[in-house]
Design a protein around this ligand. Structure first.
Ligand code: FCB
Length: 479
């Protein structure tokens, strides 16, 4: 084929076009990328101390420097502009803005986010702010952390302060990233900071994270009714291993804890009765006070869905270590589900060992559209870690990551075609970064980071994503 013929063929290949205004983004979070833990008056977060405890993070790695985004944000925004991103989702570090989690705002810390948002806007990239991505101020943890009710109020005050300063230039805010992880990895399995293993406390934490969401939405709306606000949940497709009663019940339980506990709270103002019953041996729910559920279920402009994988579960005893368990010694996040086991669903896996199931995303989106009608959605995280190889020519041929993202974007296209109100997609992650208990071993970025030199190198998936954005859609599969 001549080059001319190739071009003609390309031009003729049908494109699965996304609607105008569809958001093409990438996401990161503060602790995973910023570094600069001692700069400009930042306070301590629960992760600063946690990473120093032996055995918590693979190879004892920490994020004191991470990928130094705090000092390199201008160059990083250039990279985003080159990719053609229309939006960038990042989180604000609570202890950077309010070192002890209460009281006075640290203007120097908040300034960083003003500079960053200005830089994004100047480059045509819409800033999407997440207010909490797991870096609780240590002082708030010392006062009880998420299991303590007061933390919800503290969070709402902090959120209002950030919103007051940024809402002149930021339209899209979201509250708590993945409350499931904060509550159950932080306080039940202990694989994330603060590393506590207190099942009853983890349920209180989950409720207070939901309450923090609701209170902060109220506070931001009171300041500016035009702000677009989302809640962010990590949803999994879940299958029973067989149709046996025990397996079906295991799937109900895990779906209840993972998906419905948060969806029903945020979007219906209730906790699912079956989940409360499952949890009864662990804790009662006397911590849910009158009016809490109405506070939690504030009207939302969008649901932000993080989607990675499917769990296949069985009611066979065998332990409920999560299919996504950390590499370090930890308990189970599946409070009250000790007899559930996670089994191999037989799908290909990423470097995290997470099963790849793009069809599961359609299942999730259809289900939310059916059970919680009229809530617009965005995919706020989706992506994959693979063992990238930097070639001598400075390339990274990450075909598997590209295939993963392409397959999930095809599902997004299908969802939109079916009339599901899906408004955008954020790849996780813009750049390789500190992957929590896995340290730097797992690379999720579209952009490769050489951790020695902090050099950024676009992977093939990034180049492909840029082309997709320019085209406004995916190439239809070859006939
Ligand atoms: C999500 C987190 C994000 C990152 C990805 C891989 O659960 O929100 O920070 O760790 O998983």
């Amino acid at each position: 084929m001549t080059t001319q013929q190739a071009h003609t063929q390309q031009a003729q290949t049908p494109v699965l076009t996304f609607p105008t205004g569809f958001v093409w983004g990438a996401a990161t979070s503060a602790y995973q990328i910023e570094g600069a833990v001692d700069q400009d008056g930042r306070g301590r977060s629960i992760w600063d101390g946690f990473v120093r405890q032996p055995g918590r993070v693979l190879n004892g790695e920490h994020a004191d420097v991470a990928i130094d985004h705090y000092n390199r944000y201008r160059d990083d925004v250039k990279v985003m502009a080159e990719l053609g991103l229309t939006a960038y989702r990042f989180s604000v570090s609570w202890p950077r803005v309010q070192p002890d989690g209460v009281g006075e705002i640290n203007a120097a810390g908040l300034d960083f986010y003003k500079r960053l948002t200005d830089e994004l806007l100047a480059n045509g990239v819409d800033p999407w702010v997440t207010l909490y991505h797991w870096d609780l101020p240590q002082a708030i943890e010392d006062a009880g952390g998420w299991p303590a009710r007061d933390t919800s109020k503290r969070f709402a005050d902090y959120a209002a302060a950030v919103h007051a300063e940024l809402s002149d230039r930021v339209t899209n805010f979201s509250t708590v990233n993945e409350p499931w992880c904060s509550a159950f990895l932080g306080y039940a399995s202990g694989e994330h900071a603060p590393g506590r293993r207190e099942p009853a406390a983890s349920i209180r934490a989950a409720h207070h994270l939901n309450l923090a969401h609701g209170l902060s939405v109220q506070a931001m709306r009171a300041q500016s009714p035009d702000t677009v606000i989302g809640g962010c949940v990590n949803l999994y497709a879940i299958s029973p291993e067989t149709d046996s009663e025990a397996d079906l019940d295991a799937a109900r339980r895990i779906d209840g804890m993972q998906n419905r506990f948060f969806l029903d709270a945020l979007l219906k103002g209730e906790y699912p009765a079956d989940v409360i019953e499952d949890l009864a041996p662990v804790t009662d729910t006397s911590f849910v006070q009158d009016g809490d559920m109405a506070t939690i279920a504030q009207p939302l402009d969008m649901l932000m869905v993080n989607y990675y994988s499917r769990f296949t579960v069985s009611g066979r005893p065998g332990g409920a270590a999560s299919a996504a368990a950390a590499p370090t010694d930890s308990g189970s996040p599946w409070v009250g589900s000790e007899h559930v086991s996670f089994v191999n669903g037989g799908r290909p896996v990423t470097a995290m060992g997470w099963e790849i199931d793009d069809a599961g995303l359609l299942e999730i989106l259809s289900r939310v559209a059916r059970d919680y009608p009229s809530i617009p959605m965005v995919i706020s995280e989706n992506g994959a870690a693979f063992d990238d190889v930097l070639t001598v020519e400075d390339s990274i041929h990450d075909q598997e990551r590209q295939a993963y993202i392409e397959a999930h974007l095809r599902i997004c296209h299908e969802a939109v075609a079916q009339g599901i109100p899906l408004r955008g997609y954020f790849a996780w992650s813009l750049m390789d970064n500190f992957e929590w208990a896995w340290g730097y071993g797992k690379r999720f970025g579209l952009i490769y980071v050489d951790y020695e030199t902090q050099r950024r190198i676009p992977k093939d998936s990034a180049l492909w994503y840029a082309e997709t954005i320019t085209r406004g859609g995916l190439r239809a599969p070859a006939e």
